[in-house]
Design a protein around this ligand. Structure first.
Ligand SMILES: Cc1cc2nc3c(=O)[nH]c(=O)nc-3n(C[C@H](O)[C@H](O)[C@H](O)COP(=O)(O)OP(=O)(O)OC[C@H]3O[C@@H](n4cnc5c(N)ncnc54)[C@H](O)[C@@H]3O)c2cc1C
Length: 270
């Protein structure tokens, strides 16, 4: 990105996953002429889409758990998300069906959730409420306080370690859940959320239990037309703002160019 006053501000973003799209929209909306480079033939990254035999398959993410992050992004550009795409709240958020015929509806409403668990076991219903209080504390630390804090140096990590140790972030999601409830199906129902971000519940840090709080706070949503419809919407917004998306363009190197006192970054074409 050139620093020189004589040159217009320009930026390059590498990768058109949700992260890259969000960054590119923010830059473009701040008046910085932005090019978004994508190695693959379609945008979206893990939210890629496949078409086969008349069917459409979203490759990765399926649930939206913090819709306000999208609303905020649109508002930043002076637009309204609902003018572009419909986000539909999903109820129940998840329906779990086991091979022995057992079912569990994972819902947003606390009373319904507790009632359903109490029908299995009163002590698990009490345990679930204590587990939820734990998830709330993890959310306050891991999401509200730390989610947008950069950990560029080792000392940044050390600074937050005491609070993470206190919350037993070293324990896995499953082990944490198992401390609060005994029913095995319930343990699974309260542990699977780390799969949403590709994590193994038996290994992933209990920090991911914050998803429970996040879901109750904001709900779970699905974009009409599937996740890739949301990707296409973000691309549309970016292009309407004047940004440029270059597909099938893997960035192979970034050159540093000394321009007087300023150093600029240049992405060689091709
Ligand atoms: C199966 C699965 C299910 C998931 N479900 C959910 C869910 O339900 N809810 C949720 O919130 N999250 C979910 N996630 C997580 C979510 O998909 C990711 O966190 C998110 O999509 C990551 O976005 P990103 O922009 O950081 O990276 P990516 O999506 O990985 O994007 C990186 C992009 O960079 C491009 N790229 C890389 N190198 C170059 C280069 N040199 N030049 C040009 N382009 C390059 C890649 O091609 C790619 O398009 C899921 C993930 C998976 C795998």
């Amino acid at each position: 990105m050139p620093e020189s006053k004589t040159l217009p501000k320009r930026a390059a973003v590498i990768g058109s996953g949700f992260g890259g799209l969000g960054a590119a929209i923010r830059l473009q909306s701040a008046g910085i002429q932005t090019v978004l480079y994508e190695a693959r033939d379609l945008p979206g990254g893990r939210a890629y889409v496949y078409h086969d035999d008349g069917y459409t398959f979203d490759a990765g993410p399926t649930v939206i758990t913090a819709p306000h992050t999208l609303t905020d992004l649109f508002e930043l550009t002076g637009k309204k998300l609902e003018d572009y795409i419909e986000l539909m709240e999903v109820q129940p958020m998840y329906r779990l069906i086991w091979s022995d015929g057992d079912r569990f509806d994972y819902v947003r409403d606390e009373a319904t959730m507790v009632k359903q668990i109490a029908e299995r076991s009163q002590s698990d219903a009490d345990g679930y409420q204590r587990f939820f209080e734990y998830a709330k504390k993890v959310f306050a630390k891991g999401y509200t306080e730390l989610a947008d804090r950069p950990f560029g140096r080792f000392s940044d990590m050390v600074a937050v370690s005491p609070s993470l140790i206190k919350l037993r972030a070293d324990r896995s999601v499953y082990k944490t859940v198992a401390k609060y409830v005994k029913d095995d199906h319930l343990r699974q129902a309260l542990s699977f959320h780390s799969l949403l971000v590709g994590g193994n519940p038996f290994q992933t840090s209990s920090i991911y239990t914050l998803i429970h709080y996040l879901e109750r706070e904001w709900g779970v949503y699905f974009p009409a037309g599937g996740t890739h419809a949301l990707v296409r919407t973000l691309v549309k917004l970016f292009e309407e703002l004047g940004g440029e998306l270059r597909l099938s363009t893997p960035v192979k190197s970034v050159e540093l160019v000394q321009n007087g006192k300023a150093t600029t970054h240049r992405i060689p074409d091709g």
